[in-house]
Design a protein around this ligand. Structure first.
Ligand code: C5P
Length: 400
């Protein structure tokens, strides 16, 4: 599957370096021509000999190694390959990559790369959660790097939480997807974020949705080759690269945008948290503070997903159910009522799931009653898993 592909693998100094051996072995078994670059710290964890034996190639460690032609090695490894994968990517190499620092061979290769770059973060949870690290990852993401992982779990230092490098098979899968995008030519419509229902010119009703789940779905779908339209309520997130963004505020505007794009869509992922009710009248002027109590009259908003369920022809329709209890029962009901193909249910009161956090714990429920419960993962990893399920369902149903 990777025959003839030239892949440069950069290994930075984290305990997950031992997993890079399995990754390199997997890449070679799949036919790739792998060149390994190790930082000095990586060599404290694992010997270059392991990687030269697995890759069958010289391992590059030193910028000024006189056995290589000086000045050429880093350019060749950075430009004469199809992909550069950094696994594990420590907080340090991520910071250097995000800020253009080139003080050793690997960081110089990343800076000199004009080929796609995939970064697989691995570090202690506190480091990973440090806003500086998050900003650096975000910056790399905006610059077009693909970020794979990290996973959540028990770390070598004993901490529990996000920071574990993705498993070698997950990274291998991401690399295979990169070379053979499974959603190429597929039109994907995603909704994300909350809606805002005005009370008067300065006030509105909304909810806690951050848009992170929907934005990760849009990003993952675009990375897998899909033509993605993202209809988004007001959020504080940068638009994912390669996605057509339609910004809306109210449920009515979201409904319009979804209907306008529905007939062309093959897959619809409705992750938005649409307000169920809106104020009956939005006051033209700011409501004054007069009486002790004010009664608000609310009217029902259109249920966009239910409407799409009625209109559905060839589309695969995926809904989301955020509940605080009895999730599976409610989710199943919604799946039926709204004529969905699958529903992604989560308990928003569970720690590490739901609104405004970076991880999610979801159960995917199918029409035939089958269920798949996923462990706590980053919303990006959840997005990839949802797309795995949707593509499998699609090929089963339509042979595509
Ligand atoms: O009924 P509930 O809001 O819990 O259902 C959640 C699912 O329905 C989500 O996929 C959400 O985007 C969608 N929905 C909608 N329009 C509404 C309410 C929810 O499309 N008015």
């Amino acid at each position: 599957m990777l025959t003839g592909k030239k892949i440069t693998v950069g290994i930075a100094g984290g305990i997950a370096a031992y997993k890079a051996a399995e990754l390199v072995s997997g890449l070679v078994k799949n036919g790739a021509d792998v060149r390994v670059v190790m930082t000095a710290s990586a060599r404290e964890f694992i010997q270059p000999l392991t990687f030269s034996a697995l890759s069958g190639n010289t391992v590059y460690t030193d910028m000024f190694d006189s056995s290589h032609r000086y000045g050429v090695t880093h350019i060749e490894l950075a430009q004469n390959a199809d992909l550069l994968v950094v696994a594990p990517a420590t907080a340090n190499i991520i910071a250097k990559a995000a800020n253009g620092i080139a003080d050793d061979l690997l960081s110089t290769i990343i800076l000199a790369a004009n080929i796609p770059v995939m970064i697989c973060p691995a570090m202690n949870t506190v480091m990973y959660n440090n806003p500086v690290v998050q900003q650096n990852i975000e910056k790399l993401c905006q610059l077009g790097c693909r970020i794979v992982g990290p996973n959540s779990g028990i770390l070598a230092c004993g901490a529990k939480g996000p920071g574990r490098m993705s498993e070698p098979r997950e990274i291998l899968q991401a690399i295979k997807r990169f070379f053979a995008p499974d959603l190429a030519g597929v039109n994907i419509l995603v909704s994300a974020g909350p809606t805002r229902e005005p009370l008067d010119p300065v006030r509105y009703l909304t909810n806690r949705s951050s848009g992170k789940m929907g934005y990760n779905l849009a990003r993952a779908a675009a990375e897998r080759g899909g033509n993605v339209v993202l209809v988004s309520g007001p959020v504080n997130l940068p638009p994912p690269a390669g996605v057509e963004l339609i910004k809306v505020e109210t449920a009515e505007q979201m409904r319009r945008a979804m209907l306008d794009n529905f007939s062309a869509a093959d897959i619809v992922l409705k992750a938005a948290a649409v307000a169920d009710y809106r104020p009956k009248h939005a006051a033209g002027e700011k409501i004054k503070k007069n009486d002790d109590a004010v009664a608000l009259q609310l009217v029902k908003n259109p249920d966009i997903l239910a409407e799409l369920g009625q209109l559905k022809k060839h589309q695969i329709l995926v809904g989301f159910a955020a509940e605080t209890g009895n999730i599976q029962e409610y989710a199943r009901k919604k799946l039926e009522q709204k004529n969905l193909d699958m529903i992604v249910a989560n308990n928003v009161s569970e720690e590490g799931a739901g609104f405004d956090v970076d991880t999610n714990i979801v159960t995917i429920i199918y029409r035939n009653g089958d269920m798949k419960k996923l462990p706590r993962m980053s919303k990006y990893a959840v997005a990839q898993s949802i797309l795995d399920e949707v593509t499998a369902y699609r090929s089963e149903r339509f042979g595509k």
